[in-house]
Design a protein. Structure first.
Length: 82
C-alpha cells in the first residue's frame, strides 16, 4: 500500500509538471498526452486532470489542427460548405 501511495504521489508530480508544460506550449502537451495515455494505463488515470486542463485551456487548436493537417489549411469553413 505504501509503495502504491508513493507511485501515486510521483504520478501526481508528473501531472503537475505536465500542467506547467501546458502553460508553456499547449500544442506540445496535447500531442504527447494522447500518446502517454495509450502507453501508460496507470499514468493515464492520474494524468486525466492534466489532460482535462489541456483540453479546457486549448480547445481550438486541438479541434482545428487535425482538419488543417487534412489539407484544408488555406480554406475557410464557409468555402468548405460550397
Amino acid at each position: 500500500i505504501e509503495a502504491e501511495k508513493r507511485q501515486l504521489e510521483a504520478e501526481r508530480e508528473q501531472a503537475r509538471k505536465e500542467e506547467e508544460r501546458v502553460a508553456e506550449n499547449g500544442m506540445r502537451l496535447s500531442r504527447s498526452s494522447s500518446h502517454s495515455g495509450s502507453s501508460k494505463k496507470k499514468g493515464r488515470q492520474r494524468l486525466s486532470n492534466a489532460e482535462a486542463l489541456a483540453a479546457a485551456s486549448v480547445p481550438a487548436p486541438q479541434s482545428t489542427k487535425p482538419k488543417k493537417a487534412g489539407g484544408t489549411a488555406g480554406v475557410s469553413p464557409a468555402e468548405l460548405l460550397f
